[in-house]
Design a protein around this ligand. Sequence first.
Ligand SMILES: Nc1nc2c(c(=O)[nH]1)N[C@H]1C(S)=C(S)[C@@H](COP(=O)(O)OP(=O)(O)OC[C@H]3O[C@@H](n4cnc5c(=O)[nH]c(N)nc54)[C@H](O)[C@@H]3O)O[C@H]1N2
Ligand SMILES: Nc1nc2c(c(=O)[nH]1)N[C@H]1C(S)=C(S)[C@@H](COP(=O)(O)OP(=O)(O)OC[C@H]3O[C@@H](n4cnc5c(=O)[nH]c(N)nc54)[C@H](O)[C@@H]3O)O[C@H]1N2
Ligand code: SF4
Ligand SMILES: [Mo]
Length: 686
Amino acid sequence: MAASSLPAATAGPPVRGACPHDCPDTCALLTTVQDGVAVRVQGNPDHAQTAGVLCNKVSHYTERVYHPERLLQPMRRVGPKGSGRFEPVDWDTALDAIAARLQAIAARDPQAILPYSYAGTMGLVQGESIAARFFHRLGASLLDRTICASAGAEALTQTLGGKVGMKVEFFAEAKLILVWGSNSIASNLHFWRLAQEAKRQGAKLVCIDPRRSETAEKCHEHLQLLPGTDAALALALMHELIVNDWLDHDYIQRHTLGFEALRERALRWTPERAAAVCGIPAQQIRDLARDYGTTKPAAIRLNYGMQRVRGGGNAVRAVACLPALTGAWRHRAGGVLLSSGGFYPADRAALQRPDLLAGRQPRTINMVQIGDALLHPASPSFGPAVEAVIVYNSNPVAVAPESGQVVRGFAREDLFTVVIEQFRTDTADYADYLLPATTQLEHWDIHTSYGHTDVLLNRPAIAPCGEARPNTQVFRELAARMGFDDPLFRESDESLCRLAFGAQVDFGLLLERGFATLDIPAAPFAEGGFPTASGRCEFFSERLARQGLDGLPDHVPNYEAAGTSSRYPLAMISPPARNFLNSTFVNVESLRDIEGEPVLEMHAHDAAARGIRDAQVVRVFNDRGEYVCKARVSPRARPGVVNGLGIWWRKLGLAGTNVNQLTSQKLTDLGRAPVFYDCLVEVQPA
Ligand SMILES: Nc1nc2c(c(=O)[nH]1)N[C@H]1C(S)=C(S)[C@@H](COP(=O)(O)OP(=O)(O)OC[C@H]3O[C@@H](n4cnc5c(=O)[nH]c(N)nc54)[C@H](O)[C@@H]3O)O[C@H]1N2
Ligand SMILES: Nc1nc2c(c(=O)[nH]1)N[C@H]1C(S)=C(S)[C@@H](COP(=O)(O)OP(=O)(O)OC[C@H]3O[C@@H](n4cnc5c(=O)[nH]c(N)nc54)[C@H](O)[C@@H]3O)O[C@H]1N2
Ligand code: SF4
Ligand SMILES: [Mo]
């Protein structure tokens, strides 16, 4: 471990930490340690957003940390790629070999080396700090980290000026809440708590989701639209707001840009037209518009469900325009929240040091298209073939689209693959060297959130298990072996935690309480002041228009829209299973037991038409591949849409694949993001 001036607390009061997972709630943790062993992980009752409650997954955290299959020592591949056969080696042997190989490749062209990482931990330090410095100094290919949120992020940036919105705590005071594209009970539990509070105070809750999710069934209304049709719905809502004059003309005039153009566009979207596109009754759209236009304050929890289709960016733009039309922003319990990430003054450049590129401009590879990238030969436009990939904080073989291609890529015998992991995931099976990583209970980190606006500090509660090391330490040691001798490669984790916000956040307070609240006004856009260039909510985006794109939000149909193919008549979405977090936790037995087996939810009509009974094993397929799972004939699925709950480890599924065998590597309209829920399939009894 890097030297640190503060000892990790190992006895006495619970150790304050932060949940590392990719979840908007970013809970404050309290870990009870006895004799050096973490015996319990609980929510910190002093942290308002956590309120002493954790989800079921992280309540089971010690099972994950002390799991019998935790990787506890470095391993070297002995069997063929993908076989998962390894032999233990010591750290020095592994790091020497990796450094030598990377050096040899870098001597020809460092761009042949690709880092691959995402949000296994959301921590700023165990995420991209020393790792980014290392790859920048090396001149490796850059990774476009688009696999989750970049369509919505780009859409918000073009509309509101950044990843900003309502403060989550004020949803409790709203009188109308639209839960749009989110199964909050599964994936945003602490928001759901606030929505429940609002409900008790008389608020109406409306869910907009193709699936009758756990959340949808607990709302007053559910608009069960077809996947990828949210922009049409939002435009029809605008139509109704305009023709009924449920508009805040003063707010529009003073704080928005492009109303006349938007008005003209929206007037073309009658409820009838949208109803035909969305596959829902026109009256349901009219009723929602009346509620939205006449209830104050009205709040929208906009989430990721709608973004994972071709028109995901436009859909977010359309929805993000609504609160400015009605002036909902005037009230602290009005507006929209997609992500609060843009409020944080984190100094990512200080952590990641892009200046180490020293003028070089390596190519950028989109992580969504890792399958194609690994199989791409050298060419003048692409650059060198990828010769080495270093994976940390991610499980691409399970989570990236079109897994057939991803697996073929990782199976290349000439590809040098290093995986830094806590477990032997589907991706780990393809490693040449597999290095054991610490968990959140074993390392320092500092966290922003995309659901609230507090900063959280995570102190290690226990010593690293076995020979596991923090990501930072792995990259420090590789840097030393590659001759990168600048002191910035030796900076300690605690010092990186301090650097993340510099003087902007009181580090003493973080050490003492574990969290600090950013100073943001309760109703940040009550008087406009959006962080766009114009300072207004931009209905019309000049910036998009200059790129040759539509300046206004519009409905962009799916690449693979429901009902457009006779061979593959069913639209498949693959939202998360409640007891997993992406592909994390699939190997924790107590959680996997609750999920049972990989399932595909089907409407009774679609099942009957195919002679499929409940619990029958089925083949789900399209031109990209095939996935075997169990059919669950269920009212959660609407006719024409099947729900393949994710994201199982391939090797723990029924026939060695998961839903991503079927998804495509195509990209969204904005933000270069994946289209996981824009996917046509057919289903047959297996
Ligand atoms: N338990 C659990 N929590 C998680 C995760 C997890 O895997 N498990 N993942 C985490 C991550 S990485 C993220 S990004 C967030 C995601 O969190 P959210 O954005 O809240 O998304 P989900 O819960 O995935 O819910 C998406 C919902 O959108 C619906 N949906 C699918 N297509 C469409 C569409 O076209 N339009 C509309 N309106 N809805 C659609 C799905 O049926 C699903 O109910 O959750 C995080 N939290
Ligand atoms: N079909 C379909 N596919 C999807 C989605 C979907 O809804 N449907 N959702 C997409 C979304 S929203 C996302 S965000 C991506 C998520 O994709 P990923 O970010 O790859 O998420 P996980 O599957 O949770 O894998 C994270 C891995 O990081 C490891 N890890 C955790 N902490 C550390 C650490 O400190 N060090 C190291 N070295 N490793 C660590 C964990 O053990 C885990 O295996 O998946 C996407 N894929
Ligand atoms: S996964 Fe989400 S809800 Fe669960 S403990 Fe972590 S931050 Fe909280
Ligand atoms: Mo995500």
